[in-house]
Design a binder for this molecule. Structure first.
Ligand SMILES: [Zn+2]
Ligand SMILES: [Zn+2]
Length: 324
């Protein structure tokens, strides 16, 4: 049965390549690219003036930026936004137990001496009540990994931190395993740049209907985000019954999920995963775009990975879920 489904999918895939299948898309969304993890001179370990960081963020192609300085809110006493870059409220709660980004609040009490999950939860609870969006950062970093794994309650998980390394790959695998087990924490990326802000990666590509801090944070927590190495390369769109990437729709007979990937580099490898594992793999020799209609009768979610080569990731999407 599964083999049959894969065969059908590949037929549709090839058809899609030539006929440009398009389903009715819910309108009004556009992409804002952003960095959710970045440091300036307000952090003890960066010397780059904040104006320069924001300017170079714009030049690097980002539309929004969270300055996530270590254990300080001093940078939030004024708004550093420019015409190019919307600066949203950020803070990196840097502790021996874990590093946690806090978004959306401008006043955050400093308490770096946190050694356990219990202390972390106690610290975060009142912030959560004030509407903070909480992200676990670089959980498998060789030095600054999370001492309590993924046990913390969180809104976002930083799957891709800076240059893609083994630990990011491990986080991607852990995240997939959590999805299979039914735990969904929307994935993000962050450059964690402390210098060289002009040349940094990755990019969050967030589907919003307006450019505001609130709209961005809401879209992130809904998983309307795919993460890429570059701002000008392939883009991923997922839609099913009027919902988009990150969302959940009830299953109905004959339902398909529409996945559209545009601006694919020649030779790029497409992998689509479901809760059953790798569902589809295809090398786009010529480059261009994919239009896929995937059968949803056997899966709880689909998600997309794009690889520039076997070991260089280009990007990945958040999942889209089917409720059976
Ligand atoms: Zn950190
Ligand atoms: Zn950091």
């Amino acid at each position: 049965m599964k083999r049959f489904a894969v065969l059908i999918t590949i037929c549709l895939l090839v058809m899609g390549l030539h006929s440009g299948l398009v389903s009715a898309d819910p309108g009004g969304y556009f992409i804002l690219t952003g960095d959710l993890h970045c440091h300036s001179e307000f952090s003890h370990d960066s010397e780059v003036p904040v104006e320069q960081v924001v300017r170079e963020t714009g030049l690097a192609g980002y539309d929004f930026l969270a300055l996530t300085e270590h254990n300080t809110t001093r940078h939030m006493t004024r708004d550093w936004s420019t015409d190019e870059v919307l600066v949203i409220a950020g803070y990196e709660h840097t502790t021996p137990a874990a590093h946690v980004n806090i978004f959306g609040l401008r006043f955050i009490p400093r308490k770096s001496a946190i050694y356990s999950l219990e202390e972390m939860e106690e610290y975060l609870a009142p912030l959560r009540e004030q509407g903070a969006v909480i992200q676990l950062d670089h959980p498998n970093d060789p030095l600054y990994y999370s001492r309590f794994g993924y046990a913390m309650e969180m809104d976002l998980l930083e799957v891709w931190n800076g240059t893609w390394r083994e630990d990011d790959h491990k986080t991607l695998q852990d995240w997939h395993q959590m999805l299979v087990e039914g735990r969904y924490i929307p994935a993000t990326g962050g450059t964690d740049a402390h210098a060289n802000h002009l040349r940094r990666s990755p990019y969050n590509n967030v589907y919003v209907q307006e450019k505001s801090e609130q709209a961005i944070l809401e879209a992130l927590t809904l998983g309307r985000n795919f993460i890429t190495r570059r701002p000008d390369g392939a883009q991923i769109w997922m839609e099913c019954d009027g919902e988009i990437m990150g969302g959940t729709v009830p299953y109905r007979e004959g339902q398909t999920m529409h996945i559209r990937i545009t601006n694919v580099d020649p030779g790029m490898i497409l992998r689509i995963y479901s809760d059953q594992g790798l569902h589809l793999e295809h090398v786009h020799t010529a480059g261009g775009s994919y239009n896929l209609q995937l059968d949803t009768s056997q899966v709880r979610f689909y998600r997309v990975e794009l690889w520039s080569s076997e070991d260089v990731i280009y990007g990945f999407s958040n999942p889209m879920f089917i409720q059976h």
